[in-house]
Design a protein around this ligand. Structure first.
Ligand code: SAM
Length: 264
């Protein structure tokens, strides 16, 4: 069966790495797990041994048929045929589900952001992504890789940068390194009611990465120069700073101040 690069099909072929991912995910008996893109079942089989229930979503018609045959006698497994981006995930899995996946690279960030929007979010996510995406997600404040993606996810999750997996562990081999990261919801995560304003502020700030916030934040809908100085005062932020110098808590305060300003 030819693999489809359009579906990010790089299959894990090293059982040692499979074991390492399962251990890193901290999945245990009693857990429900969501796997996105089970492919030929490398992780699925191992997950079925560790967890009580696995829901696996596969888009590829041929792989879905293959999985149905391969796992026909596994009562703990629900196979779902579809595009994960078109599905309402919260209807497929119970609250408290853990996500474990070797994500298709072309949609990895979209999938992670979608999962972060769930309320409540998954209990944890151990996901394999391109190394450069992992570096962006886990970057500390001020780092060159610190980005809108970092901040959007930081409002919900703490990131464990996990470990790097080289191309030789896959068939076909990707051109780049991969990394397995683990995201766990923070205790003090941003309340759902604040997420929309937070998202707008973060995206607007990083749209012009090199500019000072006093220039970029003027692009927010409804923002004026007076509004901007009110916002700086309410949020306690120095508008001479650039987007990569602010923590997610700073953005949370700006988001709250922005909501107040446009409501008044
Ligand atoms: N889990 C397998 C492994 O580790 O060997 C396969 C991982 S492979 C990187 C990504 C898998 O995601 C492929 O099986 C691919 O067909 C599937 N996939 C790609 N896009 C998808 C989508 N939008 N929804 C669900 N599955 C998708």
């Amino acid at each position: 069966m030819r693999s489809k690069s359009s579906l990010g099909q790089n299959f894990l072929k090293n059982q040692r790495i499979v074991g390492k991912i399962i251990a890193f995910s901290r999945v245990e008996q009693g857990d429900a797990v969501l796997e996105i893109g089970p492919g030929k079942g490398a992780l699925t089989g191992a997950l079925l041994k560790s967890a009580s229930r696995v829901v696996a979503v596969e888009k590829d018609d041929r792989l879905f048929e293959l999985l149905k045959n391969q796992f026909s006698d596994q009562p703990g497994l629900t196979l779902v045929h579809g595009d994960v981006l078109d599905l309402d995930i919260s209807t497929l899995v119970p609250q408290g589900t853990k996500v474990v996946a070797n994500l298709p690279y072309n949609i990895a960030t979209r999938v992670i952001l979608r999962l972060a929007e769930m309320s409540p979010p998954p209990a944890s996510m151990a996901v394999m992504v391109q190394r450069e995406v992992a570096e962006r997600i886990c970057a500390p404040v001020g780092h060159s890789e610190y980005s809108a993606l970092t901040v959007l996810l930081s409002g919900v999750f703490l990131c464990d940068p996990g470990f790097v997996v080289g191309p030789k562990n896959f068939f076909p081999q990707p051109k780049v390194d991969s990394q397995v990261i683990r995201l766990v919801p923070r205790q003090d995560s941003l309340p759902p009611s604040e997420r929309d304003a937070y998202r707008r502020v973060v995206l607007c700030s990083f749209a012009q990465r090199r500019k000072m916030l006093r220039n970029s934040l003027l692009g927010l809908p409804g923002m004026t120069k007076q509004g901007l100085s009110d916002l700086a005062r309410h949020a306690g932020i120095d508008l001479q700073k650039r987007p990569q110098d602010l923590s997610w808590e700073d953005y949370a305060r700006i988001g709250r101040a922005y909501r107040q300003i446009i409501a008044s």
